[in-house]
Ligand binder design. Structure first.
Ligand SMILES: [Zn+2]
Length: 254
């Protein structure tokens, strides 16, 4: 039963966080801030302020309660940060550099997509499952919390550049350019819609010309929109996918 033992260990071991994009985007943002090269737009400021509120939210004060409940509180705080970042990312109102940063935050906190509260409906988006199973990996709570101090410092500094921020009201927004990226993805993209509260539908995206669904897709993002290149040569921008539905399924690459 060596195989079974190994499999159970694999399914219970915490997954490493996907922090490469966050490392890159955080460093870039800090450099821009130090050089005065980024002042938030109103939409950016709203998103950054919302994420900052989640980052700095205190844990509920519980006396004499079970350790399990406190662990759930800690995971719930991380889950709210993730959901707020994804909400503002997919709303599409933020500038390209803010989108890149929110996307990086969401990717790093992906293990909390379904923890502690799984998506309510069967058709809701599912990310971060253990390969070969339908189960989410147990979230590495301490590793997630270890990201918070730097994120709080960065989002606090960003918020200060926004309209009404400490850098002075009336300063015009200054939006730095972003590096476009390209990635390859062999697999399916699922487009989710929510026709009613708590009700989700999902469909698999297909190439408008050849009908292919499995790729390998060439994904490009220019800071505003993501395009899907099919092996048949057609590039589709009218796929209807939210950025998170593309970005959060891409594998972590070097
Ligand atoms: Zn095609």
């Amino acid at each position: 039963m060596v195989g079974g033992h190994a499999a159970s260990l694999a399914s219970s071991a915490p997954v490493p966080l996907w922090t490469r994009a966050l490392t890159v985007e955080s460093r870039r943002a800090r450099q821009l801030l130090a050089a005065g090269g980024w002042r938030l737009t109103a939409a950016d400021a709203e998103a950054v302020g919302a994420v900052l509120a989640r980052l700095t939210a205190p844990l509920p004060v519980r006396r004499g309660t079970e350790a399990r409940i406190k662990a759930t509180d800690r995971d719930r705080r991380l889950q709210r940060i993730l959901r707020t970042a994804v909400h503002h990312l997919d709303a599409g109102a933020v500038s390209p550099p803010a989108a890149a940063l929110l996307a990086a935050v969401a990717r790093a906190l992906l293990p909390w997509h379904a923890a502690p509260n799984p998506p309510a409906a069967a058709a809701a988006p599912r990310y971060g499952t253990v390969p070969g199973t339908t189960q989410g990996a147990p979230p590495p709570t301490e590793a997630g919390e270890a990201l918070l101090p730097d994120l709080i410092a960065l989002f606090t500094a960003l918020a200060a550049t926004g309209p009404g921020g400490a850098d002075g009201p009336g300063a015009a927004p200054l939006t730095p350019p972003v590096e476009p990226w390209q990635a390859r993805y062999a697999g399916r993209f699922r487009r989710h819609t929510r026709p009613a509260p708590g009700v989700w539908t999902a469909e698999t995206v297909h190439c408008p010309t050849c009908g292919g669904k499995d790729g390998p897709w060439t994904v490009t993002w220019d800071g505003r929109r993501a395009a899907l290149g099919c092996p048949c040569g057609v590039v589709s921008r009218e796929h209807g996918l939210a950025l998170s539905e593309i970005w959060l399924v891409l594998p972590e690459t070097g």
